[in-house]
Design a protein around this ligand. Structure first.
Ligand SMILES: CC(C)(COP(=O)(O)OP(=O)(O)OC[C@H]1O[C@@H](n2cnc3c(N)ncnc32)[C@H](O)[C@@H]1OP(=O)(O)O)[C@@H](O)C(=O)NCCC(=O)NCCS
Length: 430
């Protein structure tokens, strides 16, 4: 086993990209083979100064070694992102992705070293938070991340929904049309911008997102299977919703179509568009079930159906994890349900955000500053992240022993300020 000092954690160079992708594929249990297309397409998103590799300088047998290289045994990458807090003023985020450690080098602290390097750089850069989607729940809490949003997937049994099967489109002048990928690339970015700027928990998307999700760019080199896309326009012609979906091919034992429509993504900016697009999906001939993809847990969907029980929760899990790097700016970036003062004693094992902060919160914004006055609540920075987007309850975390009341009733006050009437939602995976 190589010793700690034999493993360098550092940023990679351009020529090391193929080996880095090979290590990433290995860690993610994909075939390690790296195609030229993958190098070009994946490589074009890599910011070398924010892409880390762990290099085993003591690796005994390697073809790489004979060509002067050092085997890469772990990967980590981050990129700039914006995250929308409550109140809709996006903050700069350090989005973390492609985290992997080869199985031969696991549990020797490599992730810990890469994470420390990246988070320190993000804080120095002035990012307010770091974000990620976790492969497994227990990985990131130790680094100060907290579960900030939850994702829910429903499977709708169309025959039980109570919807009128004769429906053939909106009757109020709005319309739904099938479009191709090119039109999605034209219409999608503006629609998504409108959504994500007001949706707590939503993150920015770059042009690549639309290219990858319409088949222009393939990261894996796998053949692209074009999905269906439908756009909703209001009676005044405004684009208010877009859905990408696929169907399987299932004819059951009695030669009856039993297809499932699987939604890749569905974004809307009005409840009318949301209702119409779900209605559309449930009206497609042959479709017996609709899988909704990752939605907010309080999505309106079940209640668009006369029988909401026809929408069964099939997945419910943590989704966006947030690590607060700058408590003052994070708390000042959002608005609050009411007016009030809260003094928070924030602990942080990594020392990045620890301190006692006084928050003067209000519906139009807040001021926050370090203070020496007595604390109302003591909590870890990860618990603050869970509360920050409004999804978690301070009362619940107090009951769990994860938040401590220094003043009786402070958790109720915190909930009255921090919680939101709708739950946050991050439509993206990254
Ligand atoms: C998750 C992963 C990156 C962890 O890397 P690692 O280098 O083994 O992690 P570290 O050695 O730095 O672990 C630090 C601590 O986290 C714990 N830990 C790490 N991964 C864990 C996991 N998946 N579940 C539970 N605990 C985990 C370690 O036990 C260790 O705890 P300790 O300090 O109490 O001993 C690695 O196991 C991996 O590549 N897994 C497969 C791919 C993956 O899931 N990537 C994450 C994508 S979001």
């Amino acid at each position: 086993m190589s010793r700690r000092e034999d493993i360098d954690v550092r940023t990679i160079t351009e020529t090391e990209i193929p080996a880095w992708i090979r290590a990433l594929n290995t860690g993610f249990l994909r075939s390690p083979a790296v195609s030229d297309e993958e190098i070009t397409n994946r490589g074009s998103s890599i910011l070398l100064e924010r892409t880390l590799g762990a290099f085993d300088t003591d690796h005994p047998h390697s073809r790489l070694r004979s060509t002067g290289g050092t085997p890469i045994v772990a990967t980590f990458r981050s990129f700039p992102q914006q995250l929308t807090p409550v109140g809709g003023t996006p903050v700069p985020a350090d989005a973390i992705t492609n985290v992997s450690v080869n199985p031969t080098h696991r549990r020797r602290g490599l992730l810990t070293r890469m994470m420390a390097t990246d988070l320190t750089a993000a804080k120095d850069r002035g990012d307010v938070v770091a974000t990620l989607i976790a492969a497994e729940y227990p990985i990131y809490g130790r680094y100060g991340f907290g579960q900030a949003t939850t994702a829910t997937e429903w499977t709708i049994d169309v025959s039980r929904s109570g919807l009128d099967p004769r429906w053939s489109g909106p009757t109020d002048g709005a319309r739904i049309d099938l479009v191709d990928g090119e039109e999605v690339r034209e219409l999608g970015p503006d629609l998504h911008e409108r959504l994500r700027r007001t949706q707590p928990g939503a993150v920015s998307r770059d042009e690549r997102w639309w290219q990858i999700n319409t088949g222009v760019l393939s990261l894996s080199g796998d053949p692209w299977k074009e999905p269906f896309y439908a756009v909703y326009r209001s009676a005044t012609g405004e684009v208010e919703g877009l859905v990408s979906y696929e169907s399987d091919d299932n004819w059951g034992d009695a030669k009856q179509p039993l297809n499932t429509a699987e939604v890749n993504w569905l974004i809307t900016v009005t409840p009318a568009a949301e209702r119409a697009l779900w209605r559309y999906l449930c009206s497609i001939d042959w479709i017996a079930h609709v899988k909704t993809g990752w939605r907010a847990p309080d999505d309106l969907l079940p209640h668009f159906l006369p029988d909401p029980r026809a929408a069964r929760i099939t997945i419910q899990a943590d989704w966006l994890w947030v690590r607060i790097l700058d408590v003052v700016r994070a708390l000042e970036a959002r608005t609050y349900a009411g007016s009030g003062t809260l003094v928070l004693d924030v602990t942080d094992g990594d020392g990045l955000s620890a301190g006692r902060y006084r928050l003067e919160a209000g519906p139009d914004g807040a001021t926050c500053a370090p203070t020496t006055t007595a604390a109302d609540l003591t909590l870890d920075v990860g618990e603050l992240a869970a509360l920050w987007l409004g999804d978690e309850s301070a009362v619940r975390l107090t009951a769990l022993g994860r938040v401590h009341e220094e003043r009786e009733g402070a958790a109720v006050v915190a909930d009255a300020l921090l919680r939101t009437s709708r739950r946050p939602w991050c439509p993206d995976i990254f």
